[in-house]
Design a protein around this ligand. Sequence first.
Ligand code: NI
Length: 177
Amino acid sequence: MALLPIVQYPDPRLAQKAVPVEQFDEKLAKLAADMAETMYAAPGVGLAANQVGELIRMVVIDISEEKNDLKVLVNPFIEASSGELVECEEGCLSLPGIYEKVKRPSHVKIKYQNLQGEHCELECDELMSVCAQHELDHLDGVVFIDHLSMLKKQRAATKLAKLRKEKARAAKRADAE
Ligand code: NI
């Protein structure tokens, strides 16, 4: 297994639509394992393939505290969603340090394939629902700040750039010392 570099916003790969998976082979399983390792190490609760530069429809999610409930969703799509919207604060490994409230349906039913290509279903609520919708968005080239007003989105992007500059400066200082 290997840690993969996480693509950072506004990299154009995060705005691209990922293509369906057709080959359920060892290469796919290896990518899923690497993505899971990368997600756990970050640490995060979800990661989409385009966030590691692979434009295919696969996401990994684990919202458990023990980090022992890995879900790998291949070719996932939302089959049904509840009309009720709930607001939840979200973050993303491609926009580190940015947290914003996003409104989404509280419940979703997701259909997907597992690594063997078998068709499965998942009923999601609470954090799992938020996380699944956030990750599925990535596969369509959507990041969570795309759900904000233009003004809030611009503010978030500016803040991200500022955080990045500060981090780079701190790293340079550490190097000089
Ligand atoms: Ni994300």
